[in-house]
Design a protein around this ligand. Sequence first.
Ligand code: F6R
Ligand code: MG
Ligand code: MG
Length: 365
Amino acid sequence: MKLTLSHIKADVGGYVGHSASHPEVLAKADECLTKAKQAGLLIDYHVTKCGDDLQLIMTHQQGEESPQIHKLAWDTFLEGTEIAKKLKLYGAGQDLLSDAFSGNVKGMGPGVAEMEFEERKSEPVIIFMADKTSAGAWNMPLYKMFADPFNTIGLVIAPNMHAGFTFEVHDVKGHKRITLHAPEEIYDLLVFIGAPSRYVVKAVYHRGTGEIASVSSTQRLSLIADRYVGKDDPVCIVRAQGNFPAVGEILEPFTFPILVQGWMRGSHHGPFMPVSIPDSTPTRFDGPPRVTAAGFQLAEGKLIGPRDMFADKSFDLARQQANEIANYMRRHGPFEPHRLPLEEMEYTTMPQVVSKLEGRFVDLG
Ligand code: F6R
Ligand code: MG
Ligand code: MG
């Protein structure tokens, strides 16, 4: 059965500040998607949140970039915004950058990750959701899952994965894409994806069958809006088992709380902390950045789940380390590398300060 799994998300208002989502907004989204399921547009759906982001996970047979599905998501975000306005939630409608919907939510603020595939005999998928970070946060985890034998032993000892995977990388500033093959091109691949503010892994494919293995949202809000309107808070879908890494190989990269861009005012480096879905409530210095993982088995398009994958005890140490790293980074205060370099900061007072002090700068001679 050919199935499309669409994940569309937006921040339509925070509760309190940017720290979480309000249950009434989630309930409204549930109501909207129930109607779409009853009308036969959706096979199934799951509404959840990650921090202050409303997450719509939908299965259907309309294909990728379907105007009907995108309109459903857009209208759901508008309905959520109405509730957010009524409750005066913080930043109501924050990610809806345009007033007019034109058939596709891409470039309008929401984050989108969609894949169309033939549902396998058993189809486990893991959906990662992040808050307080930007689109490149998946680069290192995806590299580890699909190209690093120290993470994924299947690349070495599983015959159906031994040929490796293909990475589609987007240059989000140059608006270009390139396809690179692992393992033979990993040095070239790393030159790009090691710079995650510009080069972002969009998708991963199985080398032997060409099947889609993973897709992520690559929308960079600040580049769309040309001003700061909040962090991208990206999502990433990964298919598991069989020709793809095992569930445990897919979760393993998150035992290492890598430093990602985001956190307070979108202008800091901080540890990427794996948490359960209820614990995606970034509070300390508006963070630290969070990642959640919802696991599903698909059955004829029905979403069986979710299982809250990072609720497991085996991620306790990663959380502990993330909190220690958060302490260490915070002690740098307004200094780099905690604060982002000038060109990466989402907020800055630099132009005002420079113009105020212009006359006081003296030539070094
Ligand atoms: C980061 C984020 C928050 C806000 C901060 C200030 O992605 O959303 O850290 O940047 O709370 O928010 P404003 O400027 O709305 O007061
Ligand atoms: Mg927000
Ligand atoms: Mg957010």
